[in-house]
Write a protein that binds this ligand. Structure first.
Ligand code: FAD
Length: 487
């Protein structure tokens, strides 16, 4: 057993426990993970609907959607609402929500651009319109959930960025000014005020954005969208992967293990999977991110950390952690990225308990008062990383296909907008975003293998010490940023 794994979790400060009846028992990281299920917390739920049947035989459709995650499901629902006469087929390789959508932290962001600072970085001239798209996207998001009675445990308590180092406060102040200048409801909190919101000895301050952001049960959202799509007459086939795709001139022919679909239009909501179009995987690469769920906190454990306003939280580390509560008061704690050669979508490391030790150590460092808490679930999931750091929609197959992805870890709400933009391009529909760069430009190429693997390894190694040590690690990360890659 690795010596480091035997190390006791971070020391609990006496201050953190004052008034709460003494320090709780301290678990070792390997004890806390001993009975952890290596599968997503969200999918381990009796609310999961039964799978739809696999496609057997040949069929045709007006629109074929590949992928049953948020992008594919939002595309299906919006296509039927905008063009009710369309015959829409969705094929999903596994089960609905078994990709990134059922593995997300579930923090909802208003922005369709991975946040306002990224929007300023990528499309500085279109900020006002991009902000409006974000607002309208959430209007439509909320209205859809209401219309179809989708209960996805949403709590609109905002998102909060916590500084884990006093040196990061200047950055938060700049972000605060930027958000205020665009009319956002944000508050900057000092150390004491931050710890009153959520108590961690690491927090030096925070920026709390209360602009229609919050948290959602991502799998319940996907299952609700699935139900809505079926109610609109969408034909959904689960356990039906695209095996090959062929441009036939006026139509596209897609084969699956036991059948086929012929359609004049195809929307690819397949994330970083390989679907037979090489250009896609030159522009997006799959990074794995990892997440832990604690067992539900008791009232006493909750009292040790506060968190009455239950915001979605990100910290300011270069290798950031994000965390939130579930309806049952489990803490979802994510943020440990890795890269596997050629974007392996099923890396064996995800199935190993050791993979999650460092994340568990980060959890206990953040919340030493919870050193008696165990982890119920641990899992990995695919991030569709691209240079834009946010969604793009690009035509393929002579314009008969559109690929939509690139959320770079921020797609829970933005996927509705991405699907909408993709449909508008595919059906040549008039819409305000189509006149802007967001709909007409694509992310730059990411170097191919083996350079991709080497670059990712160096980058993730640099993440580990960039904040504390700086040096070549900080210089490497800054170099990538200056080449246009979001970090
Ligand atoms: C660990 C993690 C945490 C995250 N946390 C957040 C968060 O807190 N907030 C946020 O906004 N975003 C978050 N995200 C990002 C968000 O989950 C994604 O942006 C979003 O789910 C993308 O949806 P999608 O439908 O494009 O992709 P996916 O959900 O991956 O769906 C793609 C689907 O296509 C299917 N597919 C693949 N190949 C084929 C094929 N050949 N044939 C048929 N189907 C195929 C897959 O099985 C999959 O179901 C997180 C992501 C991860 C991995």
């Amino acid at each position: 057993m690795n010596q480091a794994l035997e190390t006791k979790v971070a020391q609990t400060s006496a201050e953190a426990h004052a008034g709460h009846g003494g320090a709780p028992a301290r678990l070792r990281v390997n004890e806390a993970l001993a009975h952890t299920k290596l599968s997503p917390y969200w999918l381990d739920d009796p609310a999961q609907p039964p799978a739809e049947r696999e496609l057997v035989g040949a069929t045709q459709a007006d629109l074929l959607i590949v992928g049953g995650g948020f992008t594919g499901l939002w595309a299906a629902v919006q296509a039927k609402e905008l063009m009710p006469q369309l015959d829409v087929v969705v094929i999903e390789a596994n089960r609905v929500a078994h990709g990134a959508s059922g593995r997300a932290g579930g923090i909802i962001s208003t922005s369709v651009m991975h946040g306002l600072p990224n929007a300023v970085r990528v499309f500085p001239n279109d900020i006002d319109q991009l902000e409006q798209f974000g607002q309208r996207n959430l209007d439509g998001f909320e209205a859809t959930l209401k219309r179809y009675g989708i209960d996805a445990d949403i709590e609109w308590n905002g998102e909060m960025t916590v500084a884990v180092d006093p040196d990061h406060l200047a950055h938060l102040r700049a972000d605060c000014d930027l958000h205020r200048s665009h009319g956002h409801d944000v508050v900057l909190l000092g150390e004491q005020a931050t710890r009153e919101q959520l108590n961690s000895p690491l927090f030096a301050g925070a920026l709390w954005s209360r602009n229609r952001s919050g948290i959602v049960h991502p799998a319940k959202l996907a299952w609700g969208l699935k139900r809505a799509a079926l109610s609109l007459g969408v034909r959904l086939y689960e356990h039906t992967p695209l095996v090959s795709v062929k441009d036939e001139g006026d139509t596209v022919f897609v084969s699956t293990p036991k059948g086929s679909v012929r359609a004049p239009r195809v929307l690819f909501g397949s994330g970083t999977a390989k679907v037979g179009i090489r250009d896609i995987n030159r522009r997006v690469m799959q990074v794995r991110d990892h997440v832990l769920a604690t067992e539900p906190l008791t009232e006493a454990q909750l009292a040790r950390i506060g968190w009455k306003n239950r915001q979605g939280i990100y910290d300011t580390r270069t290798q950031l952690n994000y965390f939130r509560l579930t309806k049952k008061n489990n803490i979802i704690f994510g943020g440990l990225v890795s890269y596997h050669f050629d974007g392996d979508s099923n890396p064996p490391q995800d199935e190993k308990r050791e993979t999650y030790y460092r994340l568990a150590q980060a959890f206990y460092k953040t919340f030493p008062q919870l050193s008696d808490v165990r982890f119920s679930h641990a899992w990995g999931g695919p991030i569709d990383y691209c240079s834009r750091g946010s969604v793009f929609a690009r035509r393929y197959l002579g314009g008969k296909g559109v690929f939509v992805a690139g959320y770079t870890g921020f797609g829970v709400a933005a996927s509705r907008f991405g699907a909408f933009m993709g449909l508008n391009i595919l059906f040549d529909r008039d819409s305000p975003e189509r006149g802007l760069d967001i709909a007409n430009q694509s992310p730059i190429y990411i170097p191919p293998e083996p350079f991709r693997w080497i670059g990712a390894k160096i980058t993730f190694h640099a993440f580990d010490g960039a904040d504390a040590q700086g040096g070549w690690k900080r210089a490497w990360i800054n170099g990538l940023k200056s080449m246009g890659f979001p970090m």
